[in-house]
Design a protein around this ligand. Sequence first.
Ligand SMILES: O=C(O)COP(=O)(O)O
Ligand SMILES: [Mg+2]
Length: 217
Amino acid sequence: MTQTGGGACAAVFDLDGTLIDSAPDIADAVNRTFVAHGLDATDEAVVTGLIGNGARQLVADLLTRQCIPAAPSDIAILTEAYVASYAERPVARTTIYPHVAEDLAELKRAGWRLGLCTNKPQALTLAVLEGLGMAPFFDAVRGADAVPARKPDPGHLRAVIEALGVDRAIYVGDTEVDEATALAVGMPFRGVAWAAPGRLSVAESTRLARLSDLLNP
Ligand SMILES: O=C(O)COP(=O)(O)O
Ligand SMILES: [Mg+2]
C-alpha cells in the first residue's frame, strides 16, 4: 500500500499527540506567557484539546475561551512570546509515547523512509527532536513555517513527500486536521490508538496500536 516508485516504503508522521506527549510543555509555555501579559492560565487538559492547529491558533483559541477580543497584531505578539517561552524549555516535561522510538527504529531497519509534518514551528520542532534524541529517525522534517501554508493545506504534506523523494506515503496522525490533510493529498491515513477522545473521526478499529503495525497492513 505504501510502496513507492523506487520500491521503498515511506511514512510521514504528525508530531504532537502522535509521537510525543508535548502537552505539558506547551501548556506551561503558553500559560507562562499569558500570565506574564496579565491574562489567565488555562488548565492543561483544556490546552491539550486545542493543540494541533499551530501556535497562533492555540493563542487565538485561548483568548476566545477567555472572551478577550484581540487584534491580529496582539495575537501575533502573544504568539511570538509563547514560542520564545516554549523554546526556553522545549522538552522539560515532554515524553515519547510508549514503543514509538523502538517502532520508528524498526521501520528504519526495514528500509522505510520517514518524514515529519507538524504544525509546530520548524526551529522548535528541531529543538524538540534533538532534545528527545529523535532527530536521526527522520529523512525530512517540515514545520508550519517551513512551508507557504500549514496543515490542513495539502501543500504542507506534499512538501514532506517531495523532500523524501517518494511518490506516495502513508500519513499517521492524531487529529482531524491530519485526516483532512491526508485526504486533500489523496494519500492513506492511519490514526493512532492513543489519540485523545473525539479528535479523530476514523473508526477506532482502524487505528494503529503500534507504529510497527505499518509493516503488516
Ligand atoms: O499545533 C501544533 O503546534 C503542532 O501540532 P501537530 O504536531 O499535531 O501538528
Ligand atoms: Mg497532532
